[in-house]
Design a protein around this ligand. Structure first.
Ligand code: ATP
Length: 543
């Protein structure tokens, strides 16, 4: 596991008087994709030894700016400079990497090479021998307080360690600017804390850091400055100390309507009713976290959250119920029908809608349009008795769903592969809800989704339960995803550890339970779970 230099004192929050040019400066950057103006005259600078947070709603232009700043995309107008000198020509990857390093959401490390080989990969500037490569890698790791074996194969590393390799690669080239694009998205809580220490270490070492995140609390914790993009325009740039969360959100959403409360329930959840989903004694071996004798039930109209560290089996449970991963023991029953192990087709036929964790691999078809993806599962309902579909039928069917999730696209025909990450996630959710599922399994559904859209998305899931009687199993390590749940089950090391039955749920108590410690205080609502494989008819296991 990676280790760090000791946490350093927080850097100053006031902007220091700067005599030298900024480490990175962009001026008047314009970028178009067809009719979309992704960036409109953006001016931004990052000083050495400062961390600038970049925030904005989905589709605001953050990733586009990252591509421009990494030398991967040529702007249609404007300039980029490093330390006052013009940036190299776009496409000269080696020279850009000497200036700026980007840690993307999806690792760019080559899995079949060692750490040292990755650190020196593509370093065309000079010949580096194996021995020297390993020695230099060890030196860099030691200098920055990272502890990863230079000879380890990258395929064996955790997400956290892969990020360190990418940062070390930048430092080895002497880059003094690091771009971190949603770096905490796949990290456990402790790893996030260590990442923050590392970012502080970089900043204290004089590196300029650009930090992109949808988690505003992270920006307040580690950034000194913040910039807000809205519809491709820079609408705010200020020291973090001068702003509060409300001001930041207001700058991000502009005049956009605030999410309303979820639909009123016609009747309280009837936990004595026949469950729509029953899981008994589920055992599964999985690289994402095993399950060992998990039992739970979801009543009609109920939203049940499943949380824990992701390695505790949270995602595995969702995947197994959705038929996306096999199980070795136990049963899964959806509306009275047994769902066989690893059979996504049978789970779907039984009425399970699925919002997968990895939307790029499983969530949508990239070259097909927004409307086609959204309505893919209800094509039969949109065709007439001759199997023909009137033009515009798909777009009309998709429109209410995509509007409810505030999807940003250039129109219903835009290929989903061209949308921003958060908007792709919204298409995945819209597609799942389109075919009126009896059970919705959603794994980390708000990952990569902006703060305002997150409320819309969670409300859409709660509404489907409240208005159609579907059961929702919401599997997430993101505790703020659980606000609209009726009940929360906590997994620890593949077993059900605790159950919270009375919303609103206490965040601290949830954290305590995910660590495997018995919840205290409101114990009636947060009781440790007995080891049992038989759910009671009430939906929860007997206690
Ligand atoms: N290759 C492309 N072709 C067409 N449009 C694109 C392309 N890449 C981005 N866009 C559009 O540019 C706009 C900005 O997208 P960008 O990915 O930069 O947003 P973002 O702020 O990173 O969003 P998110 O938070 O969802 O990741 C969006 O409207 C998007 O659909």
């Amino acid at each position: 596991m990676a280790s760090n230099s000791p946490p350093s004192a927080s850097p100053p929050s006031a902007r220091p008087p700067s005599v030298s040019p900024p480490s990175v400066q962009v001026s008047g950057i314009e970028k178009r994709f067809g009719s979309t103006r992704a960036l409109r005259g953006v001016d931004l600078s990052i000083e050495a030894g400062r961390c600038l947070g970049l925030v904005g709603r989905n589709g605001a232009g953050k990733s586009t700016l990252v591509s421009v700043l990494s030398g991967l995309a040529a702007p249609d107008g404007g300039t980029v400079s490093f330390d006052g000198r013009p940036a190299p020509p776009v496409g000269d990857v080696t020279r850009w990497r000497e200036l700026i390093a980007t840690v993307f959401q999806h690792s760019m490390v080559v899995p079949d090479l060692t750490v040292a080989e990755n650190v020196f990969l593509g370093d065309g500037s000079r010949f580096v021998g194996w021995r020297e490569m390993r020695a230099r890698t060890r030196e860099i790791m030691a200098e920055w307080g990272y502890a990863i074996d230079a000879e380890a194969y990258c395929r064996d590393l955790s997400v956290e360690e892969l990020q360190i390799v990418e940062i070390a690669r930048a430092l080895a080239r002497g880059a003094r600017c690091v771009l971190l694009d949603e770096p905490t998205a796949a990290l456990e809580r402790d790893a996030v804390r260590r990442l923050f220490e590392r970012v502080r270490g970089l900043v204290d070492g004089g590196v300029a850091v650009l930090y992109i995140s949808h988690h505003l609390e992270e920006v307040f914790e580690i950034c000194q400055d913040v910039a807000v993009l809205r519809d491709g325009e820079l609408v705010l740039s200020a020291p973090v100390a001068e702003l509060d969360r409300e001001a930041l959100v207001a700058a991000m959403i502009g005049a956009a309507p605030v999410a309303e409360q979820p639909a009123e329930r016609a009747a309280p959840v009837d936990r004595a009713a026949e469950p729509v989903l029953t899981v008994r004694g589920l055992t599964a071996a999985s690289a994402r976290g095993r399950l060992s004798g998990v039992s739970l039930a979801v009543a009609p109209g109920e939203v049940v959250g499943v949380t824990g560290l992701l390695s505790a089996g949270v995602a595995t449970l969702g995947r197994v119920v959705a038929g996306a991963e096999p199980y070795q023991g136990g049963t899964v029953t959806v509306r009275g029908r047994a769902v066989r192990s690893g059979r996504r087709d049978l789970a779907q036929r039984a009425g399970v809608g699925y919002v997968p964790e990895d939307r790029l691999a499983e969530g949508f078809v990239a070259h097909l349009g927004v409307a086609e993806n959204t309505t893919m599962t209800i094509t039969d309902r949109l065709t007439d008795r001759f199997g023909l579909m009137r033009p515009g039928r798909r777009a009309a069917a998709a429109e209410p769903l995509t509007t409810a999730l505030s999807l940003v696209s250039s129109g219903p025909g835009q290929p989903v592969g061209e949308l921003s990450g958060g908007n792709q996630q919204k298409v995945t959710v819209a597609r799942t809800l389109a075919h009126d599922p009896g059970v919705v399994v959603a794994i980390t559904p708000t990952r990569g989704v902006d703060v305002a859209s997150k409320a819309l998305l969670l409300r859409a899931l709660a509404d489907v339960a409240r208005t159609t009687g579907a059961g929702v199993l919401l599997c997430s390590d993101e505790l703020s995803d659980l606000v609209l749940c009726d009940r929360v089950v906590v997994l620890v090391r593949g077993e059900v550890f605790a159950e919270f039955t009375e919303p609103p749920f206490d965040r601290d108590q949830l954290i305590v339970a995910t660590e495997g410690l018995a919840p205290t205080g409101r114990s009636a609502a947060a009781a440790p779970y007995p080891k049992s494989t038989e759910p009671s008819p009430s939906g929860a296991d007997p206690r």
